[in-house]
Design a protein around this ligand. Structure first.
Ligand code: URA
Length: 445
């Protein structure tokens, strides 16, 4: 067997068997298959796809490229959530402590910002002192002690994904259902969970922009999760405009603190409660998603979710005084307002473009080794459907980088579209998907 043969076979659209996929992936990890052959393989998979059996084999091989953590000694049904990625998607920061406060252990391994999307790790690391690089022993100790842990992918967890992902990011092969499934599910299955809730994003700011592609991705992820014995359900949620008002790492942490103190940011909290309700149900602490949602609301309103978040920050080395007093965080040098030039209604806030503008401001990376400015980002003042007058502030950009101010402001003005007719935002939670099928979500909150 040689790598070229396997690339040619997939390029022609034929199905690969376990031996071939195994040979290729292990060859890559061991350095026998070079980056250029893996790039060609990824592109062949991108165009020719993989069927469910190949996708499951790929996931299995990627999963077992590293260690599979055993959390069976920790009591309770361990449940995690994963989002396929979006802009302003800060849900995990509220969700994880909220669900843990309901008594469901949440071991969470998250990623960094990717392309135009933000990453939970970067947001957590904007909290001074917060460590996301815990060793596996520390990971197990923290979840055992406080019922919650949030770290990044280590070299021991799904190393095949770590290496392949970096290559996909620069070879235009991210938006592929089998590759996304292998990537997400290998990491999630390795972290010691019993069940998983997926947030599959659709719309301009999502990797799967069309709803049909997002549904296909959701069905594959859910089928793979269940095939590996983890109860997996998913929600199809809108990512055509950013979620909530804040985009940028520390700005998003502040928005989460405010929500945990009772502020209602409707779209952010609706997604958070629905995913949380599903996690609490899968974790055995509620008989239905609806009951799970009301438990989540209760721990949020009584301050228990906030207390759990502070406990997490403290336990992972963060300075809790920034959580109790976010105002003491350093400020950006520039805060530029983008104003509406006309009267009307906000029709669109292009999440993809807002994500890219956030990167320009310093909130994300253009290259893997770029350093993030945790203060940088965008605060939206309006959301789709809101009425505006000429001169109203639509958004405020924060950055230390003077050079990009003019271009960023110009792009942001174009990304927020105001028109005369009233309009409503796209439906937020489109569907619930489980092994049995896809069901309309009734919208509860
Ligand atoms: N998130 C991941 O972890 N992997 C992907 O391929 C896409 C989103």
């Amino acid at each position: 067997m040689n790598p070229t043969e396997i690339i040619r076979k997939k390029r022609s659209g034929a199905k690969l068997n376990r031996t071939e996929i195994d040979f290729f992936i292990h060859g890559y990890i061991n350095g026998k298959v070079p980056d250029y052959q893996m790039s060609a393989f990824l592109m062949a998979v991108f165009f020719q796809k993989m069927d469910f059996e190949e996708t499951t084999i790929l996931t299995d091989i990627m999963l077992h490229s590293g260690i599979v953590i055993d959390l069976s000694k920790i009591p309770g049904i361990k449940v995690d959530k994963h989002s396929t990625g979006g802009v302003g998607d800060k849900v995990s920061l509220i969700l994880a402590p909220m669900v843990a406060a309901c008594g469901v252990p949440v071991p969470m391994i998250s990623g960094r910002g990717l392309g135009h999307t933000g990453g939970t790790l970067d947001k957590l690391e904007s909290i001074p002192g917060f460590r996301t690089d815990l060793s596996l022993d520390e990971y197990k100790n923290v979840i055992a002690e406080i019922g919650l842990v949030m770290i990044g992918q280590t070299n021991e967890i799904a190393p095949a994904d770590k290496k392949m992902y970096a290559l996909r990011d620069v070879t235009g092969t991210v938006e592929s259902i089998p590759l996304i499934s292998g990537s997400i599910m290998s990491k999630k299955l390795a972290e010691g969970i019993d069940a998983l809730v997926l947030d599959i994003k659709t719309g301009r700011g999502a990797f799967m922009q069309s709803e049909a592609d997002a549904v296909d991705l959701a069905k594959t992820l859910i089928a793979v999760g269940n095939k590996f014995g983890k109860k997996t359900i998913g929600f199809l949620t809108d990512m055509s405009q950013p979620l909530g008002y804040a985009v940028g790492n520390w700005l998003e942490v502040v928005e989460c603190i405010e929500c945990m103190q009772g502020k209602n940011v409707p779209d952010l909290m609706e997604v958070t409660y629905v995913l949380g309700g599903a996690m609490v149900m899968l974790g055995g602490k509620a008989v239905s998603i609806e009951e799970g949602i009301s438990k989540c609301k209760n721990v949020l309103q009584t301050g228990k979710a906030m207390d759990k978040f502070k406990e997490l920050v403290r336990r992972q080395g963060g300075d809790v005084s920034f959580i109790t007093n976010p105002g003491k965080y350093p400020k950006s040098k520039y805060a530029i307002e983008v104003k509406s030039t006309s009267k009307g209604y906000v029709h669109n806030i292009d999440a993809l473009e807002v994500g890219f503008i956030g990167i320009m401001l310093g909130a994300g990376r253009m290259k893997v080794d770029d350093i993030i400015d945790p203060k940088a980002g965008i605060r939206l003042m309006k959301k789709v459907g809101d009425s505006v007058k000429a001169g109203d502030t639509l958004a405020i950009m924060q950055t230390d980088n003077q050079e990009i101010l003019e271009t960023a402001a110009h792009r942001l003005e174009k990304a927020i579209c105001v028109a005369t007719a009233p309009c409503a935002p796209s439906p937020l939670i489109r569907a619930m998907i489980n092994e049995e099928g896809i069901f309309p979500w009734h919208g509860l909150v």
